[in-house]
Ligand binder design. Structure first.
Ligand code: ADE
Ligand code: ZN
Length: 350
């Protein structure tokens, strides 16, 4: 068990590693794209306590600094969601994240939300999506970051629930760019969701799926993502390094892998910096992301910093990762190229 103690200023310290926040001006200013962040995982403890007070709920307990794996983390994550109840709550959650992302140099983000975690508590789908969308538009009008939304199905809620969630999403096709699969992977391989993902593809959604690190049957799950589901990206996916052929396929298809350093550290006690070094050496399209920043001790720039320290990355490496983040996004080609030029100009001091 890697439980730590809450530190001051909302920064969580563990015996494993203490996270510096935005100390590196180069990283803070580097234009970057975030592709793996759960909006619900950006709910800071203070915000959660304020919402609980507003809704007359008991104050949430302290969060530990680290968890004993995915299932241990998810029980805290779902418990905290009870304080998200009305449209304004979803607006505020999203607005707070987008404001932080902007300060961390994010120019564009594709972010997850978990509608079933709200509809199962009686919070209507439309209210959740409307609050999030209003904050996205508000941020856009204030100069960014630009953002797109990915609806995640909860893999432990079953295919029938995913199917009805996809139906609920169909009027919002214009507001939702893609669908993903998250929550507890144990006993829930991608093939359980093949039909609903095929329907999502037919409806025009882009596809991604979580393949969390160190899960049982990780390599089989990754192959199913590629061969059966036909994903457009893979979330986490670090276990691909165990299979030479899988790496080759990922490289040839230029499929993005959304690596999450502080998530790895707080869930598994290892940031996995050597894995990134190896992925870069194999020319895989690896990107850096925060996953659940309010739980794992840092937003995306903090993840770049922690990774740079652990894997001894220089500025050119960091710029390569930032370029990759735009390449792996689902932006149109011209837009990707414009963002990548901004990275190049930044690196060359222009
Ligand atoms: N839901 C929120 N964060 C998650 C993660 N890291 N893995 C799987 N499901 C999640
Ligand atoms: Zn995730």
């Amino acid at each position: 068990m890697h439980r730590g103690v809450p530190g001051s200023h909302g920064v969580y310290e563990t015996a494993l590693h203490s996270v510096k926040h935005m100390g590196d001006a180069f990283i803070a200013g580097l234009p970057k794209c975030e592709l793996h962040v759960h909006l619900e995982g950006t709910l800071e403890p203070g915000h959660c306590a304020a919402l609980a007070g507003r809704h007359g709920l008991a104050a949430p307990g302290d969060r530990p600094g680290a968890y004993d794996g995915l299932a241990d983390f998810l029980s805290d994550y779902y418990a905290a969601l009870d304080c998200l109840r009305d449209e304004q709550d979803f607006f505020d959650l999203t607005a707070a994240y987008l404001g932080t992302a902007r300060r961390q140099g994010v120019s564009y983000v594709e972010m997850f939300f978990d509608p079933q975690a709200h509809t199962s508590r009686g919070v209507p789908f439309d209210l959740v999506v409307s609050g999030i969308h209003r904050a996205q538009e508000d941020a856009r009008m204030r100069g960014g970051p630009g953002s797109a939304l990915i609806l995640c199905f909860l893999r432990d809620a079953g295919a029938a629930s995913a199917k009805s969630t996809l139906e609920a999403a169909s009027p919002y096709r214009g507001w939702i760019l893609g669908v993903g699969l998250d929550s507890n992977e144990e006993g829930h391989p991608p093939d359980e969701y093949a039909e609903v993902f095929a329907a999502a593809r037919a409806a025009g959604f882009r596809l991604t799926m979580h393949c969390d690190p160190l899960q049982a049957d990780a390599v089989t799950h990754l192959w199913q993502c590629l061969e059966l589901i036909g994903v457009d990206r893979v979330d986490h996916g670090v276990d691909c390094l165990r299979d030479e052929r899988l790496c080759e396929q990922l490289r040839r298809r230029r499929l993005g892998l959304t690596f999450c350093p502080l998530s790895n550290l707080r869930l598994y006690g290892d940031l996995m910096g050597e894995a990134v070094t190896e992925m870069l050496a194999r020319d895989l399209l690896v990107t850096v992301n925060s996953d659940d920043p309010a739980y794992f001790g840092g937003y995306v720039a903090d993840n770049y910093e922690a990774l740079a320290d652990a894997a001894h990355l220089d500025r050119a490496d960091l710029a390569r990762l930032a370029r990759a983040s735009f390449e792996a996004s689902w932006l149109p080609a011209e837009s990707k190229a414009a963002h990548q030029r901004a990275v190049d100009d930044y690196l060359s001091g222009g």
